[in-house]
Design a binder for this molecule. Structure first.
Ligand code: GLN
Length: 260
């Protein structure tokens, strides 16, 4: 009986070890071969970044979601979405629990050491949100102030490197904006288009300052040296650009929310 228990325990342990992980990597297959065999592709994102990725109930919406669907479509597979903290998305890629990241991810030299960035699909910048009645008029006025940022973002990095301010990390932009409106912090630094969406929803309370702090471009990100996957993503982006579909997708999220 004891022996049987032991054998059962060994069988259970073996079954656990062979359990599929998020992307079932089989070393002799390329990512694309594996994805086709699985019948799905997994992308990692942080769905707190309207209009690029956000949720309406349980449904994921946004520009990156639409682009990701095109990538899945190109491969003839289903799209799965891993919604994690922004500061964890690249780790998902390194862990092999997703095949690509679509998260309004700005190209950044440090990031590009450990992952490969696609051709850009959107030009972005960091901007400042303040309360409507704030006396802060430009980046120069931010010194000595409390600034909310999302952890792990280029906005957080910019503030830490360039300002003599108290930089307060939040896991979600929406929480930083709530604290701004509540008067707990003096400003929020974040990407331009998402900032516009926050202003649309709180037009009587907050405003966006005109001068952009940075110039950035968004890429889809794949595992380091996964050339085949990178080429496929670049092909999809090139097709979306030349057909005008990329612009249509972007316009769709501007119009749907009555923006700009
Ligand atoms: N574009 C910024 C970055 O790459 C922020 C992205 C985000 O918050 N999803 O860091």
């Amino acid at each position: 009986m004891k022996k049987l228990t032991k054998i059962l325990a060994i069988i259970a342990a073996m079954a656990l070890l062979s359990l599929p992980t998020g992307c079932k990597k089989d070393s002799d297959k390329t990512t694309i071969e594996q994805v086709k065999e699985n019948g799905y592709i997994t992308m990692a994102t942080n769905a707190d970044f309207e209009p690029f990725e956000y949720k309406d109930g349980t449904e994921f919406l946004g520009i990156d979601i639409d682009i990701s669907k095109k990538i899945a479509e190109k491969l003839g597979v289903e799209l799965k979405i891993n919604d994690v903290a922004f500061s964890a998305v690249l780790q998902e890629l390194a862990n092999g629990t997703c095949e690509f990241v679509a998260a309004g991810m700005s190209y950044d030299e440090t990031r590009a050491k450990n992952a490969d960035f696609s051709d850009p699909y959107f030009s972005a910048s960091q901007v400042i949100l303040v309360n409507s009645d704030s006396s802060i008029a430009s980046a120069d006025d931010l010194n000595g102030k409390k600034i909310g940022v999302q952890e792990g973002t280029t906005g957080a990095d910019y503030c830490e490197k360039n300002l003599e301010a108290e930089v307060i990390p939040f896991s979600k932009h929406v929480d930083a904006v709530s604290d701004l409106i509540a008067g707990q912090i003096d400003a929020v630094v974040l990407d331009d288009f998402p900032a516009t969406k926050f202003v649309e929803k709180n037009a009587d309370k907050i405003k966006k300052l005109d001068t952009p702090l940075t110039e950035e471009t968004y890429s889809i990100v794949v595992a380091k040296d996964d050339k085949e996957m990178l080429n496929l993503v670049n092909e999809v982006i090139a097709e979306l650009k030349s057909s005008g579909e990329l612009q249509e997708i972007i316009d769709n999220y501007q119009d749907a929310l009555g923006a700009e």
